[in-house]
Design a protein around this ligand. Structure first.
Ligand SMILES: CC(C)(COP(=O)(O)OP(=O)(O)OC[C@H]1O[C@@H](n2cnc3c(N)ncnc32)[C@H](O)[C@@H]1OP(=O)(O)O)[C@@H](O)C(=O)NCCC(=O)NCCS
Length: 155
């Protein structure tokens, strides 16, 4: 596996990975209706392109051969908007490698706090990595009640 910065043209693979990750990994923690709402609300390739052009950093994890197996972003204020791993890459260290590069980049930029709104899988991962859970966030997506968790780490 190797990491590299986002490059224009990655968006189609990012949108596809997002859908696969949510639909395959999401059901461990969320109902079918919640998974469907989460997936449907996911960015299209065009929307990913817009987000990636707004000044944030993003990093791609590729398997040997170049297949995208994960990605993460880091907004200038320390917000992580996206952390997604391919289902077949779960538990292989992809998320660790992606968070490592985000932490190094954040520290280099003088960012004092990393924070995110974490799904249950992401909450477990982030807690292993020293982020604290601040509170549970209950909200609706497409009329479906769902929750995630506000997490943060002071750098
Ligand atoms: C959040 C996410 C990126 C974390 O990546 P990850 O690979 O699951 O995290 P880790 O590297 O710490 O792996 C730990 C998980 O792999 C499992 N695992 C450990 N070794 C494993 C192995 N050899 N084979 C398969 N799974 C393994 C662990 O049981 C643990 O699963 P759990 O969190 O369901 O209890 C990933 O779960 C994901 O993409 N989830 C779906 C999308 C999502 O929720 N994104 C965040 C939105 S806020």
């Amino acid at each position: 596996m190797r990491l590299r910065p986002y490059a224009p043209g990655d968006e189609v693979a990012m949108a596809a990975l997002y859908q696969r990750s949510v639909r395959v990994l999401g059901p461990a923690d969320y109902t079918p209706a919640q998974v469907e709402a989460w997936a449907v609300a996911g960015p299209t390739a065009a929307r990913f392109a817009e987000r990636m052009a707004d000044g944030r950093r993003a990093f791609m994890a590729e398997a040997d051969g170049g297949t995208l197996v994960g990605f993460v972003d880091l907004e200038p204020d320390g917000h992580i908007d996206f952390l997604y791993a391919a289902p077949e890459a779960k538990g292989t260290g992809v998320a660790d490698r992606l968070l490592d590069v985000v932490e190094v980049g954040a520290q280099a930029d003088g960012i004092e706090r990393l924070y995110s709104e974490a799904s249950e899988a992401a909450r477990r991962f982030f807690q292993r990595r020293g982020l604290d859970v601040l509170y549970r966030r209950d909200f609706e997506v497409g009329g479906v009640a769902i929750h995630n968790n506000a997490v943060e780490k002071r750098l």
